[in-house]
Design a protein around this ligand. Sequence first.
Ligand SMILES: NC(=O)c1ccc[n+]([C@@H]2O[C@H](COP(=O)([O-])OP(=O)(O)OC[C@H]3O[C@@H](n4cnc5c(N)ncnc54)[C@H](OP(=O)(O)O)[C@@H]3O)[C@@H](O)[C@H]2O)c1
Length: 283
Amino acid sequence: MKKKILILGATGLLGTSLTRVFKYDKRIKCIECSHSDIDITNKSKLEELLKKYRPDVIINTVALIGINYCEKHPEKTMKTNGFAVFYLSKLCNEFKTELVQISTHAVFDGTNEKPYKETDKTNPLNIYGYAKLVGEYFVKMNLKNYYILRMPTMYGPRRNKSLGFVDKMIINMKHGRDLKIAGDRIDSPSYALTISKRIKKIISKKKYGVHHISDKGSVSYYEFIKELSKMIGFKGKIKKVKDKDFPSSAPNPLRVAISSKNGTGVNWKKALKDYVTEENIKC
Ligand SMILES: NC(=O)c1ccc[n+]([C@@H]2O[C@H](COP(=O)([O-])OP(=O)(O)OC[C@H]3O[C@@H](n4cnc5c(N)ncnc54)[C@H](OP(=O)(O)O)[C@@H]3O)[C@@H](O)[C@H]2O)c1
C-alpha cells in the first residue's frame, strides 16, 4: 500500500517544494492541503481531515511568518503557530499519524558567534519565535515520536502570493534598483527544494527528534545577495549597510545561521546556482 503523506500549507514556499518532491514518487500518495482547503486553527476541521484521509504522515508547514506582521497580531500568531499545533499533535497521537512540525531558527536569540546546533539554548526575541517555540513544546508534550525540523531563511518557487526576502531582492534587481543589504546579518539561506529532499530522507529513515536543516555554510545577507546578483546578471549597485538601518517593530535575531549533521550537505552557492538555473532567473 502507498504511504500517505499530507502536506499542510502546500501552496506556500516550503509546501510547494515538498509537493514537488513527494508527488512524483510512485510509492507515495501525496495529499496537498492549502489554506483554502483547511484553516488549521479550526480543530473540528482538522479532525475531519484526519478522518477523511487517515494519513501516515502530516507535514505541517503552516505558519504566520512576517516578524512585523506577527508582532501586530500576537493572538492570531499564537493561535496559528502555537495552539493549532497543540490540537494537531493531539490528533496525530489519536490517529497514530506521524507529525513533521516545521520550525525555525527564530527560536534562538542570534547572539552565537557560531551556527546554532540542535542542542543550543533557545531564547526567542519576538512573538513569531515564541509562538513557534510553543508549537515545538506542544509537539513534544503530545507525541512520543515526532520530527521537529528547524529551518533557516529559505528561497524557492511558491504558489502563494507572499514574498520572502530573496523574492523581494530578485524583483528589485529585475527592476534595476540599487540595493542596500545588511552585512552583519548572518544566516544559512537555503533552497527549499534541497531542504525538501532532505526532509523526505529524514522521514523515510524515521530519524525522529529535533533537527536543523539547511544548505551548507553560513553567510551574510550582503555576501549572499552579491553572489545572487552575479548569477543573474544584475548591473546595479549593492551597498553594504548595517541591520539596524532597517527598523523593525520587534527585535530580530541577528546571527541565526544553523548547522547540523542532518543538513542537506549541499553548499549554499551550489544550491543558489541550481535555483537560478532551474527557475531560469535573469535580470
Ligand atoms: N520562509 C522562510 O524563510 C522560513 C524561515 C524559517 C522557518 N520557516 C518556517 O517554514 C515553514 C514554511 O514557511 P513558508 O515560507 O513556506 O511560509 P508560507 O510561504 O507563508 O506558507 C505558509 C502557508 O500557510 C498558510 N496558512 C496560513 N495560515 C493558515 C491557517 N490558519 N490554516 C491553513 N493554512 C494557513 C498560508 O496560506 P495563505 O498564503 O493562503 O495565507 C501559506 O500558504 C513555517 O513553519 C515557517 O515558520 C520559514
